[in-house]
Design a protein around this ligand. Structure first.
Ligand SMILES: NC(=O)c1ccc[n+]([C@@H]2O[C@H](COP(=O)([O-])OP(=O)(O)OC[C@H]3O[C@@H](n4cnc5c(N)ncnc54)[C@H](OP(=O)(O)O)[C@@H]3O)[C@@H](O)[C@H]2O)c1
Length: 245
């Protein structure tokens, strides 16, 4: 698919893009000329999001993908491969926090851990693994893992995160950070880049008390999805600033 200047538009897949930060990330990448594949586990919710983007003249299309379902992931890979033959940007954005996580550590049930890790950690790995070959077919792939400052061991241990402690979510995002370092290591010395980001405290369904808008919250994902070939690899960012592990 050619864009107006006659070169191939870059292809970006964002998981959990039917709403919240993921939707806004799709919009901002679309505004930059990307072909955006709006990843959604629910066809109707996903199509609704795509229709909005198309009405804004964004080149968007739905990719049905439930990151926690292997068959769904494989179907999504087949769809992207047959239509585009490669993937330039993968943003692992879908994430969850369990209500039961809002408790003292020893009171958090194992079910909350399983539910959180299923999407935030295991699904993120399965989606990345499944799209790895297509990413490597890009001439400059970008993997962006949406983590959280809550996944920073340093910021929790030095007191910067205050009393907000959700053990399953926080540890799942710490795992995402470590996984990103490993994917990035695999791409060392190549034009490909893998980084992890904190979007900020963003007002969404996941964080109803969020302090910033989705427009601000999507900026860091977009920034890392569009970094140059001499940009960072294996780092943790928020709005242009590197965060500590
Ligand atoms: N908001 C914040 O302040 C904040 C701060 C730091 C990090 N983050 C991270 O930012 C990312 C996006 O969060 P958000 O605030 O935009 O949340 P959101 O508005 O609740 O959107 C979450 C997205 O993930 C999908 N999703 C949720 N649970 C799922 C599941 N079990 N299986 C498959 N997909 C699922 C949702 O799909 P459905 O609509 O189908 O449920 C939706 O598309 C997450 O990784 C989150 O951890 C957010």
């Amino acid at each position: 698919m050619n864009n107006l200047e006659g070169y191939m538009a870059k292809i970006a897949l964002i998981t959990g893009a039917n709403k919240g930060i993921g939707f806004e990330t799709a919009r901002q990448l679309g505004q930059k000329g990307f072909t955006v594949l709006v990843g959604a586990r629910d066809r109707q919710r996903g199509q609704k999001a795509v229709d909005i983007l198309i009405s804004e003249k964004i080149n968007a299309q739905l990719i049905e993908i439930d990151p926690s379902n292997s068959d769904s992931i494989q179907k999504a890979v087949t769809a992207v491969e047959s239509q585009f033959g490669l993937l330039d940007v993968l943003i692992n954005n879908a994430g969850t926090m369990s209500q039961a996580d809002h408790a003292s550590p020893a009171s958090v049930p194992l079910t909350a851990f399983r539910e959180t890790y299923e999407l935030n950690v295991f699904a993120l790995h399965e989606v990345t693994k499944a799209f790895w070959d297509l990413l490597n077919k890009s001439n400059a792939a970008r993997l962006v893992n949406v983590s959280s400052a809550l996944g920073s061991l340093t910021l929790h241990s030095n007191g910067s995160m205050g009393d907000f402690k959700v053990i399953a979510y926080d540890s799942s995002k710490a795992a995402v950070n470590m996984m990103t370092i490993h994917y990035a290591y695999q791409w060392k010395g190549t034009p490909h880049k893998a980084n992890t980001i904190h979007p900020g405290s963003v007002k969404t369904d996941l964080n109803i008390n969020g302090e910033i808008t989705v427009e601000e919250g999507a900026k860091t994902s977009v920034e890392l999805a569009t970094i140059a070939n001499d940009g960072p690899n294996g780092k943790f960012f928020h709005l242009g600033k590197e965060l500590p592990w």
